[in-house]
Design a protein around this ligand. Structure first.
Ligand SMILES: *Cc1c(COP(=O)(O)O)cnc(C)c1O
Length: 381
C-alpha cells in the first residue's frame, strides 16, 4: 500500500547513515565500544546502574524472567492487552501466566486491584506494560509487590524517555525492558535494552546474554583474557555495533521526538474531543512517551468499516491489541480466562497514525478522514 499517512515512520537522516558507515569502516562489528557507549547513554536516560543492549525486547524479557529465577512451577501476572511477547517470554522459562484486567476505557493499563486478585502462592512476578508509553500506577503496583514479596518486570517497549513522578519508566521495577523494533520511538530495526539497578540481576544477565561465558570476544581482542568458562545456561542475545550506532544516533533525537509526539497527541485530543470517540489517557499522569494514539469507537460500532473508510483515504490504522488470551494458542492453554474490561475495550480500539515527523497536512487529513469515517458508521447514517 502507498499510504498517504502511514501508522508510523522512522526519523532517520544522515546521522544514522554516518553512524553505520563509521562502524563498517572500523572493522569491529559486534559488541564493542559503540555498544558500550549506547548502554552507558541509555543507562543515563533511565537513571539506572546497569543497561544491557540485546537482540530485541522479547529476549530482554526472557533474560529478565530468567535472571529473576523464574521457572517451572512459578506464575507471572501480566496484562492481556499487550504484544504477545510480554507473556511468551514468561512461558519460555517454563512458568505459567495469569492474566489480570485493565483499569478501563480511560486508562488501558493494569488495575492494581485486578493484579492482587491473581496472586497465588506460586506467584513470583508482576509484568507491567506501559501501554502507549503511558505510566502504569507504579506506586500502587510497587506497594503490592513489596507486600507479597514479588518481583516487578516493566515491559517498557513503548516508554523510552517516559517518567512518572520524576522517575523513568523502566527504573521502577526490578528489571525494565525496552524495544528498538523499527516502529518504536527509538528504532534500530531489531534491538532491545534491559535495565536494572540490581547488581545480582545484572551479573546473571551479563552471563546469559552471551552463552553463560565468563569472558567475551571483545575482552580477548583487548588482550584482557585468553580463555573462558561457561557457568550458566546462556543464549546468544547480543546486539551488534551497527545497531548500537543507530541506537546512539536515535537516542540523541529521543527527547525532541517525544515532544513532537506529545504535541501531535494534544492536537488530536483537541480536534477529536467533540466526536463519538472515547480518548483514553487524557488524564494520565506525566510524562508519557506517546508511542501510540489509541481511540475507542462507540460500543457496538463497526470497527472494520471504520478502518476500511480510513484505508480508502490512504490513512493506515491498527489495533493495539487483539488480547493475548483470545489467540488460539493461549485459548487452548488457558481456556477459562475472562477479562471483562480488557475484552470490552479491545473490541472498540483503533490506533491512529503517530510519528514525530508528521506534517500538519497529515494531521489534518487523519482528523478529517476520522470524522468522515465516524459519520459512515453512525447508527443513523
Ligand atoms: C514491540 C513490543 C515487544 C517486543 O519487542 P521486540 O523488540 O520486537 O522483541 C514487547 N512488548 C511490547 C509491549 C511491544 O510493543
Amino acid at each position: 500500500m502507498n499510504w498517504r499517512v502511514p501508522l508510523a515512520d522512522l526519523h532517520y537522516d544522515l546521522n544514522e547513515e554516518h553512524a553505520v558507515l563509521d562502524v563498517l569502516w572500523s572493522r569491529w562489528l559486534t559488541m564493542g565500544m559503540v555498544t558500550q557507549e549506547f548502554e552507558t547513554e541509555f543507562a543515563k536516560l533511565v537513571g539506572v546502574k546497569h543497561a544491557f543492549a540485546v537482540t530485541n525486547a522479547t529476549v530482554a524479557l526472557h533474560l529478565a524472567y530468567r535472571a529473576l529465577g523464574i521457572g517451572p512451577g512459578d506464575e507471572v501476572i501480566a496484562p492481556a492487552l499487550t504484544f504477545v511477547a510480554t507473556t511468551n517470554a514468561a512461558l519460555y522459562t517454563g512458568a505459567e501466566v495469569r492474566f489480570a484486567d485493565i483499569l478501563g476505557a480511560h486508562d488501558l493499563n493494569l488495575a492494581p486491584a485486578a493484579i492482587e486478585k491473581q496472586i497465588t502462592p506460586r506467584t513470583c512476578a508482576i509484568a507491567v506494560v506501559h501501554y502507549g508509553g503511558y505510566p502504569c500506577p507504579m506506586d500502587a503496583i510497587m506497594e503490592l509487590a513489596a507486600r507479597y514479596k514479588l518481583a516487578v518486570v516493566e515491559d517498557a517497549a513503548h516508554a523510552p524517555g517516559a517518567t512518572l513522578n520524576g522517575k523513568a519508566l523502566g527504573a521502577w521495577g526490578d528489571v525494565g525492558c525496552f524495544s528498538f523494533f523499527s516502529n518504536k520511538n527509538l528504532s534500530t530495526g531489531e534491538g532491545g535494552m534491559l535495565v536494572t539497578n540490581r547488581d545480582d540481576v545484572a551479573e546473571r544477565v551479563r552471563l546469559m546474554r552471551s552463552h553463560g561465558m565468563t569472558t567475551l570476544t571483545w575482552d580477548r581482542h583487548q588482550g584482557h583474557a585468553y580463555t573462558y568458562d561457561v557457568v550458566e545456561l546462556g543464549y546468544n542475545y547480543r546486539m551488534d555495533e551497527l545497531r548500537s550506532a543507530l541506537g546512539l544516533a536515535q537516542l540523541r533525537k529521543l527527547r525532541a521526538d517525544n515532544l513532537c509526539r506529545q504535541a501531535i497527541t494534544e492536537t488530536y485530543w483537541q480536534r477529536l474531543q467533540d466526536t463519538a470517540l472515547e480518548l483514553p489517557f487524557r488524564d494520565a499522569p506525566a510524562q508519557s512517551a506517546h508511542h501510540l494514539f489509541p481511540v475507542l469507537l462507540p460500543p457496538g460500532a463497526n470497527r472494520q468499516r471504520f478502518m476500511d473508510c480510513l484505508r480508502a483515504e490512504g490513512v493506515q490504522t491498527s489495533i493495539h491489541y487483539p488480547p493475548i488470551h483470545q489467540f488460539t494458542y493461549y485459548r487452548k492453554r488457558y481456556p477459562d480466562v475472562a477479562l471483562p474490561q480488557t475484552e470490552a475495550v479491545a473490541a472498540r480500539q483503533v490506533t491512529l497514525p503517530l510519528f514525530p515527523m508528521m506534517s500538519d497536512a497529515m494531521i489534518d487529513l487523519v482528523v478529517a478522514a476520522t470524522r468522515r469515517a465516524l459519520k459512515e458508521i453512525a447508527p443513523s447514517a
